[in-house]
Design a protein around this ligand. Structure first.
Ligand code: PHB
Ligand code: FE
Length: 329
C-alpha cells in the first residue's frame, strides 16, 4: 500500500511590488525587497541584508537545521530539537532577553522546512548562488529576477562509509562537473594506488581528500566523506564568512588542512566574546559544546570538521553528564 506524505501548508502572500512573496510562520512575518529582508514578531522587528539572509537560509534548509543553533545573526535563528525546530528572535541575545523582547515558537520540522524552502526559492534570483563564494556568484539584490533552483537544491554529499567505496559517494572530476577551483590550482591530483590481495578486489578503497576538496563548488558546507558509526568526517572548503553563527550542542573538532581561518568564539547563550582563534595548516581545535562560532577565510581553505552525531549527546551535555570540553589542559 502506498501512503501519501502530508505536505505542510505554507502561508505565502501574493508577490509584492518588487516581485517577492511575503511569508508567515506562526507569529513571525518575513518580507524582502531589493536589498533587505524584514522579519516581524509580536514584540519586535528586524532587518537583515538579503544576501546574508539567503546564505544562512540555504544552509539551515540544506542541513535540516544542523546541530544545535543556527544564528542568522545576533538576533534571528533556529534551534534544532531533531523532530521539531524553534524559530527565535533575540533568544540568545542578552539585551533582548533583559528587555523581555525575545520571542520563540516551536514548529514540526516539516512545517518550518517547507516554509524556508519556498522562501529560499522565491527570494533567490537567477544570478545568485547562496553556496558560492562572493567572487563566484552574481548578485542577490534587486527586484525579482528568475530563480536558481539548480543551485539551491544541490544534493548534499553524505557517505554511508566513505567516498570512493563501491555504491557510495563518487570521486569528483572534470567529467562529472567538478573542475579544480582556481584557489586550489596547486593541489596535487594524484590518487593513491590500491593493490588488493586476490579475492579482495572491490573491498578496499582510498582517495585523496585534498584532490577531492580542491574540486568542491561550494563554501561553508560540511559534507560527510566518511562515517564510522556516529563518528563523521565532514570536511568543507571555506572562503569569505561562515553565513551562520553556529551554536554548538556538542563538541566539534576542527582540523585545519590548508590556508587560514579566523574564528570568533562567543558564549552560546549571551553572545559574550570568549576567544579569537586563528587556525593555520595542521592546527587542531576542540570547539566546546557551549559556544557559538563564526569563521572568516580570506582565501579558499580546507577545513575538516569532525562531528559525533550520537543522538543522546545534547541531553547528556545539557544535564551535565558529559563535559562541554573534551580535553583539560
Ligand atoms: C561549524 O559550525 O562548526 C561549521 C559550520 C560550517 C562550516 C564549518 C564549520 O563550513
Ligand atoms: Fe559549529
Amino acid at each position: 500500500m502506498t501512503t501519501l506524505q502530508e505536505v505542510p501548508e505554507v502561508l505565502a502572500g501574493e508577490a509584492n511590488i518588487q516581485g517577492y512573496r511575503d511569508f508567515t510562520l506562526g507569529e513571525f512575518g518575513f518580507r524582502r525587497d531589493e536589498y533587505f529582508v524584514y522579519v516581524t514578531w509580536p514584540t519586535g522587528s528586524h532587518v537583515l541584508s538579503a544576501d546574508s539572509f539567503l546564505r544562512a537560509l540555504q544552509r539551515d534548509v540544506a542541513w535540516e537545521f544542523f546541530y544545535g543553533i543556527v544564528n542568522f545573526d545576533g538576533v534571528l535563528g533556529t534551534v534544532n530539537h531533531y523532530g521539531t525546530v524553534d524559530l527565535f528572535a533575540g533568544r540568545y541575545n542578552d539585551a533582548y532577553r533583559k528587555a523581555e523582547l525575545d520571542h520563540v515558537e516551536n514548529f514540526p520540522t516539516p512545517q518550518i522546512k517547507a516554509t524556508f524552502e519556498q522562501m529560499l526559492d522565491d527570494w533567490t534570483n537567477q544570478t545568485f548562488d547562496p553556496f558560492a563564494a562572493p567572487r563566484e556568484t552574481g548578485s542577490a539584490f534587486g527586484v525579482k529576477n528568475g530563480d536558481n533552483r539548480r543551485a539551491i537544491t544541490r544534493r548534499r554529499v553524505a557517505a554511508g562509509r566513505m567516498v570512493g567505496v563501491v555504491d557510495d559517494e563518487k570521486l569528483r572530476s572534470d567529467e562529472v562537473g567538478f573542475p579544480i577551483n582556481a584557489h586550489f590550482a596547486d593541489v596535487s591530483q594524484d590518487e593513491p594506488e590500491i593493490h588488493p590481495e586476490p579475492g579482495h578486489e572491490g573491498e578496499l578503497a582510498a582517495f585523496s581528500l585534498f584532490a577531492y576538496l580542491s574540486r568542491s563548488d561550494v563554501t561553508w558546507n560540511p559534507s560527510v566523506v566518511s562515517a564510522c558509526k556516529e563518528s563523521l568526517f565532514c570536511p568543507t572548503t571555506e572562503e569569505y564568512i561562515l553565513p551562520i553563527i553556529h551554536g554548538n550542542d556538542r563538541v566539534e573538532w576542527f582540523v585545519q588542512l590548508s590556508d587560514e581561518i579566523r574564528w570568533d568564539v562567543e558564549d552560546r547563550d549571551t553572545g559574550a566574546v570568549r576567544a579569537k582563534v586563528v587556525m593555520r595548516p595542521g592546527d587542531v581545535a576542540a570547539m566546546p559544546a557551549d559556544i557559538r562560532h563564526q569563521g572568516y577565510a580570506r582565501k579558499r581553505s580546507m577545513l575538516l570538521v569532525w562531528e559525533n552525531a550520537a543522538g543522546d549527546l545534547p541531553e547528556l551535555i545539557a544535564t551535565g553528564q558529559m563535559p562541554t570540553n573534551p580535553v583539560e589542559f
